[in-house]
Design a binder for this molecule. Structure first.
Ligand SMILES: Nc1nc2c(ncn2[C@@H]2O[C@H](COP(=O)(O)OP(=O)(O)OP(=O)(O)O)[C@@H](O)[C@H]2O)c(=O)[nH]1
Ligand SMILES: [Mg+2]
Ligand SMILES: [Zn+2]
Length: 317
């Protein structure tokens, strides 16, 4: 049988077969995929072959093969730096939920995520969530950021998962597509899914008052079918987003506004750091390229991984 992975806990996989039925499946023995060193051999969104193993009281499926992935979203594994974790695969698009505070989303986090998605050719829409909680100053900041990313070519929508403000615009984009919600813990991914599909009752939790961070309520990625067509993958909040498998040379190609200028740089292998007559740096001086984007780029190219969490959206007084 052939089916799609809807949930994976590490040892069990919930698979929806072509007939619409769900099966609990396992992997037998070693199951490694060539070329990817990942902590999880099979991810939500994967299309797999499986067979029902008879015997015992329970029906258990055994996964025997996995179809080649169209794309995937990956992050560096938290504890094993060389290893990667595939969050989900075979996506039509990703929505990145951004919150200014409670929790704070750092620009480097957004930019790393966008670059990774560019590398795998997955369209990203930025959702600035919790607009019901912002004061005028914060709303101005959201507008500024939305404008910045819109100019680069990303669709940006200000929403409230809680009040439902602008959620219809998000739903429109999701019809008949496989989408994924990403973002920091507490950004409102699960809340937004509950608002979009009220028949679902996914667990959500208040952010901790002490740390103003999410509580990692969602612990496994899971796919849900939508009543209006399409499906959504809820994911656990991600802290860091390591850029995996990118040469210094190619990182600039995943910043679309840099890529557009590249042919005007003096050297065709310019990495926009200290080279003379660099079109990206000239654009930066003329404020045609944003400093926060350039800073993120430099951090990724120079591998200053440890700094990415201290880079804040303007500190509140
Ligand atoms: N005021 C307000 N609160 C929101 C909004 N969206 C989410 N929240 C609240 O933020 C908290 C965290 O929401 P969750 O949906 O659990 O966040 P999450 O992104 O799924 O978090 P993890 O599962 O930990 O990754 C909950 O208390 C929600 O009610 C919003 O638009 N406005
Ligand atoms: Mg959640
Ligand atoms: Zn250059």
């Amino acid at each position: 049988m052939r089916g799609t992975v809807y949930k994976s806990t590490g040892s069990w996989y919930t698979i929806k077969a072509a007939d619409g039925e769900f099966y609990e499946c396992r992997i037998k023995g070693k199951f490694r995929i060539k070329g990817i060193k990942s902590t999880n051999p099979i991810a939500v969104g994967d299309i797999v072959e499986f067979a029902i193993e008879e015997g015992g009281d329970e029906t258990v499926g055994i996964i025997s093969a996995i179809e080649e992935r169209r794309n995937y979203v990956i992050r560096k594994s938290v504890n094993l730096s060389k290893q990667t974790h595939i969050i989900a695969s075979n996506l039509d698009q990703v929505f990145l939920l951004v919150t200014l505070n409670n929790p704070k989303t750092y620009p480097i986090f957004i930019d790393r995520f966008l670059a990774t998605a560019e590398a795998y050719d997955i369209p990203v829409t930025l959702l600035f969530n919790k607009i019901d909680t912002y004061n005028l100053e914060e709303l101005a900041e959201v507008k500024y950021l939305a404008e910045l990313y819109r100019n680069i070519g990303y669709t940006c929508i200000g929403i409230s998962a809680k009040t439902g403000n602008n959620v219809d615009k998000v739903k429109e984009l999701m019809v008949d597509k496989i989408s994924m919600f990403a973002g920091n813990s507490g950004a409102g991914k699960s809340t937004l899914i509950n608002t979009i599909e009220p028949t679902l009752d996914i667990k959500t939790a208040r952010i901790s008052e002490q740390h103003l961070q999410g509580q990692h309520t969602t612990t496994f990625a899971e796919m849900y079918d939508l009543g209006f067509g399409g499906s959504i993958i809820d994911t656990p909040g991600i802290k860091g987003f390591g850029v995996v498998d990118m040469d210094k040379q190619e990182i600039g190609d995943y910043f679309p506004e840099f890529f557009a200028l590249k042919s005007e740089c003096k050297f065709n292998n310019c990495i926009h750091l200290d080279e003379p007559h660099c079109a990206v740096k000239e654009a930066l001086d003329q404020e045609k390229v944003s400093w926060s984007r350039y800073k993120s780029y430099v951090q990724i190219v120079t591998g200053e991984e440890e700094n990415y969490r201290t880079d804040l959206f303007g500190e509140k007084k």
